[in-house]
Design a protein around this ligand. Sequence first.
Ligand code: ADP
Ligand code: MG
Length: 384
Amino acid sequence: MPRLAQTFLARFDQAPEGVWSAPGRVNLIGEHTDYNGGLALPIALPHRTRCAASVRDDDLLQIHSLQEDSFVEVRIYDVAAGHPAGWTAYVAGVLWALRKAGYAVRGLNVVVDGQVPLGAGLSSSAALECSVAAAASDLFGLGLLDSAEGRSVLAAACQRAENDIAGAPTGGMDQAAAMHATEKHALRLDCRDGATTQVPFDLSAHDLALLVTDTRASHALADGQYGARRDSCEKAADILGVEFLRDIDPAALDEALVQLPDDVLRRRTRHVVTEIARVDEVVDALRDGDLAEVGRLFLASHASLRDDYEVSCTELDLVVDTAVGEGALGARMTGGGFGGSAIALVAVADVERVSAAIAAAFAAAQLTAPKSFSVTAAGPAARD
Ligand code: ADP
Ligand code: MG
């Protein structure tokens, strides 16, 4: 019996009614664009979080994770901002959000087992939320996994859990990827209206691999900086008289920039507007099979995030510079920045060599050893 079912049986004295899982994600391009009403292009990772669950007769949630040494019990009606605190907020918050959205949900026994590295910018939080949402949809007969509309409802509930209960002010990209991304495709996500489009993404046909490097760095200033970037974007949009920076036509960027009062606002705006344009340039290049162009766009994105948006860091720059020095077609930081992960587009035959070079560069710089692994575009939240 798998470890998850075994733990469930030992904990609750019964087998789970089922196991559901949801993937982590990596964003190919379109960084810091979600809160600007822009575009992003995530893929779902083969790394998944599994949730074994059974319905209870009362309103209690009993929650255990194989990654955390804690067992938490909370009543659905007591869930509120900051309660429960810690990792169980991501689980309880989903049930709370579904109830708020008008769905009849009751208590659950839950054990989770996550393969997505925690806090690496690969969205273990959304994988956790979405695995629980998938379980709740099936166990309470909500049928929300069966249609794209239903999946959007689940994604929205997961985002509310993260924003309102766990208190993390993130956009909706992670949950959309976990609910909508499909195998061998990237998900073009329009963050203004939530529209999704599947874009073929099968690098093996080009003898290429997507190498993810978890830098294992997480810089303390990340939280405040995220808020500061959002504030700058809102301020710039306000001055330019648009709802979102998405509304600035890239062809009219220079005219917009001269209206902004300082260099910081100009650089933040330039990143957002050019980054949104790059998403569709990558989509076109993927459809044309022009992977060299995808690599160039990755590099342009990284330079923009490093120089104009100022969210990169030593570790992320080192991955990108080393990968490119070893012949990668392109590389960039992915996720919010200040640590987390980077991606590189690498020939399959070069994966080992590039990974080793990155590890050697980190060792030479006396940084914590990073973890590199190649990934393919995997499928969305589902019953296992
Ligand atoms: P990321 O989503 O990039 O991994 P976050 O900070 O958004 O980083 O989410 C990480 C948090 O999600 C962890 O600190 C923990 O609270 C929670 N989490 C994710 N997966 C699990 C898991 N399998 N078990 C317990 N907590 C988890
Ligand atoms: Mg997260």
